[in-house]
Ligand binder design. Structure first.
Ligand SMILES: O=c1ccn([C@@H]2O[C@H](COP(=O)(O)OP(=O)(O)O[C@H]3O[C@H](CO)[C@H](O)[C@H](O)[C@H]3O)[C@@H](O)[C@H]2O)c(=O)[nH]1
Length: 351
């Protein structure tokens, strides 16, 4: 990260003890940032992070985005906010959707309001492809978070706080996700459980997701939403790639689609793409800035829509098994697992 942007700045990361917060904090500590504040609920995780990153510029705030006062306290005199706190497990949000409303929607509103109150200059909110045409409560609540973020600019055209969003695909090797699951199944000599071999997902590394937030932070204007162009793969190919790397003979067992999951995910809708700016590796989707004169919503349409299709994991360029293997080899966690399994030649091929 360029030093100048963060020089002398105070930055709040909500949900800062998660994998994203952790990675960003580490990267920021390499700059001349003045202070990084981690706002999160779990003091044990904070303690672990404090020991891992012993730096006086890193401060820990116990709090919850559901509680406005705790958010406002962490934001006092802050300059920038990365809003990563969320309930993001699909199944738990299905069982407790109101909890997703409280954290992902109302909590995000608290973050925006507290940022405004403290004259924070930029807030970047983290969203997911599951917010696009959502079918599960987690995705629906994230879609509403995006609306909360974008409506801030619509209602406050002269605001000094710029609020933007980014949308991720699946972050590879994130906690509880399918890649570490496949690796554990291989290590245990079990079959690889594939839900639906034809299901597709966008695959991103944690480093990609941090770069996306940084890009948004550097380029955002009020209400913008950023998407990183990503490659996709089928789950069958992903399972095969993991098996190949570990030279595993584990068979693939098809277990069927789980509750509330989709065959493919979309990172942007065709309606969004009609007004998006192509920025090379990224799309920037500006907010729909028509004002609250409803006739404009009803009477002025968009003639371009028919020329675009959704940016969907089923239709974008798909990696083949070999390409997925190479992508997996860029992940430090996979390299560690391969080293532990004595597959040094695999790692060496990529050095
Ligand atoms: O045993 C399994 C488990 C999963 N899958 C498949 O692997 C893909 C990825 O599954 P993950 O569980 O890794 O990820 P999800 O797409 O379900 O969602 C994940 O990524 C989201 C972000 O988009 C959220 O963070 C969410 O909480 C997190 O589980 C899916 O197609 C899923 O069907 C299998 O084939 N076998």
């Amino acid at each position: 990260m360029a030093n100048s942007r963060y020089s002398g700045k105070q930055i709040v990361i909500t949900g800062g003890t998660g994998s994203f917060g952790h990675t960003v904090a580490k990267k920021l500590l390499e700059t001349d940032v003045e202070q990084i504040r981690i706002l999160s609920r779990d003091e044990a995780k904070q303690d672990a992070m404090r020991h891992e990153l012993p730096d006086p510029r890193l401060k820990f705030y116990v709090g919850d985005v559901r509680d406005f006062d705790s958010v406002a306290r962490a934001m006092k005199n802050a300059d920038y906010v990365f809003h990563a706190a969320a309930l993001k497990q699909v199944p738990s949000c299905e069982f407790f959707p109101i909890e997703a409303v409280r954290t992902n929607i109302l909590g995000s509103e608290n973050v925006v309001r507290a940022a405004e109150k403290n004259s924070v200059s930029s807030v970047v909110c983290l969203s997911t492809d599951k917010a696009v045409y959502p079918v599960n409560a987690m995705g629906m609540s994230k879609a509403m978070m995006e609306k909360v973020a974008q409506s801030y600019g619509l209602n406050n055209p002269n605001a000094e706080t710029v609020v933007s969003c980014v949308r991720y695909g699946n972050v590879m090797y994130s906690r509880g996700s399918v890649i570490p699951l496949f690796i554990n199944q291989i290590k245990a000599g079990k079959q690889l459980t594939v839900t639906n071999p034809d299901m597709t997902r966008f695959l991103m590394s944690l480093a990609d997701s941090v770069n996306l937030v940084e890009f948004a932070f550097e380029n955002a204007r009020q209400g913008d939403l950023f998407v990183k162009k990503a490659q996709a793969s089928t789950i069958a190919d992903l399972a095969q790639a993991v098996a190949n790397l570990f030279e595993s003979e584990s068979e693939i067992r098809v277990i069927g689609t789980r509750h509330a999951e989709k065959l493919s995910e979309a990172l942007a809708t065709r309606e969004e793409l009609t007004r998006a700016e192509d920025m090379g590796d990224y799309f920037k989707v500006p907010a729909d800035n028509r004002d609250l004169n409803y006739s404009l919503f009803f009477e002025s349409g968009d003639v371009n829509q028919a020329n675009y299709s959704d940016y969907d994991s089923h239709t974008v360029e798909r990696m083949n098994v070999r390409e997925i293997e190479n992508l997996l080899l860029t992940l430090p966690e996979v390299r560690r697992e391969l080293a532990a399994a004595g597959k040094m030649d695999r790692i060496g091929a990529q050095l």
